[in-house]
Design a protein around this ligand. Structure first.
Ligand code: 5GP
Ligand code: MN
Length: 317
């Protein structure tokens, strides 16, 4: 691993801008917070900017209030793209960003290696796992709240230790993070049992759209995008619906669809027989992992669904 290169960059620069993908998930927030802690502990000048806000359920994480959603109008020496395959996934135009160095830290296999330094580990369960390794292998001691963030990042990117990226190494790391102060039951409760009444009611409404296709091997749930605001729920509260679409015994691919009049986003999940990352990559801008991926088709929902079903069917065989 190229830790010395990363360490050199950190040593020789003072200002850092960290950014991750649109609709940030647990791993993107947590890996940003872990790196933020390390850089600020070295008295660096660090800004975390994401296009979209931190979902409420991650507000319990230390320093999550430091993440801003207004693009800072200033220059940085180092720009870190973290837990995102490329700058397009950031959702904002990073092309004019004046940073002399770009560092990429990620685990998506469709990573575009846009950095001057690319730390891309496609076998890592989460970007938080990569940061755990960085701290471990460089003997960097961190406080309990950083152990909490690393644990929460791995917890969420393994779908609560259910995806095939959960292995004995990952569980050993998590045991160590628990020893270092991550309170597993509390973190679970904060992330998975913290819905507002409006959020749970919206989830119930989404459940009612459940449909099965192709001998019950594919399932879908769907929601008009504007429903989140109308219902009084927050965006993060509809996350994870695609995991639920996968819970039927015969289903190989589950999808959660969010649509407006002209475009349709698919959040895809697979039990392993179908590589949904490959399916998503057929659509421009789409991508992800074998068992969890996503893409947006610029068509109204019914046409987009038809196209997606064809793509999945091809892989189902
Ligand atoms: P989720 O379904 O939880 O939003 O995302 C699952 C995985 O697919 C994550 O790794 C996420 O970054 C990726 N993903 C979701 N939507 C898209 C998309 O539209 N484009 C790309 N390239 N990746 C996506
Ligand atoms: Mn991730």
């Amino acid at each position: 691993m190229t830790w010395s290169k990363l360490q050199n960059i950190i040593e020789n620069n003072q200002s850092f801008l960290l950014s991750s993908h649109i609709n940030p998930d647990g791993d993107s927030i947590c890996s940003q917070l872990a790196l933020y802690w390390y850089l600020t502990s070295l008295k660096k000048d660090v800004v975390i900017y994401n296009q979209d806000p931190v979902p409420d359920k991650f507000h319990f994480l230390h320093d999550s209030d430091k993440i801003i959603n207004k693009l800072p109008q200033r220059a940085f020496e180092v720009f870190v793209i973290i837990d995102a395959s490329n700058s397009e996934r950031l959702g904002w135009d990073a092309s004019g960003k004046t940073a002399s160095l770009v560092v990429v830290i990620d685990h998506h296999r469709d990573n575009s290696y846009e950095g001057d330094l690319n730390i891309v580990e496609i076998n890592a369960s989460a970007t938080s796992e990569i940061l755990y390794k960085f701290f471990k292998e460089c003997s960097i001691n961190y406080p309990p709240y950083v152990a909490e963030a690393l644990y929460a990042g791995i917890l969420t990117d393994t779908g609560g230790f259910q995806f095939s990226n959960t292995n004995n190494y990952v569980l050993r790391i998590c045991a160590e993070l628990s020893e270092k102060g991550a309170n597993c039951s509390e973190i679970y409760r904060e992330i998975y049992s913290s819905y507002s009444p409006a959020g749970l009611q919206l989830r119930a409404r989404i459940w009612s759209t459940l449909q099965f296709y192709r001998d019950n091997r594919i399932s879908s749930m769907e929601m008009q995008e504007s429903l989140v605001d109308k219902s009084g729920a927050n965006r993060g509260e509809v996350e994870g619906m695609s995991d639920l679409a996968l819970t039927a015994a015969d289903v190989e691919v589950g999808m959660f669809i969010k649509y407006n009049d002209s475009s349709t986003h698919f959040s895809l999940r697979s039990k392993g027989a179908v590589d949904v990352g490959k399916v998503a990559q057929v659509i421009p801008g789409g991508g992800g992992h074998t068992c969890a991926a996503g893409c947006t088709i610029d068509l109204p929902v019914e046409e987009a669904k038809k196209k997606m079903l064809e793509l999945i069917e091809k892989e189902l065989g």
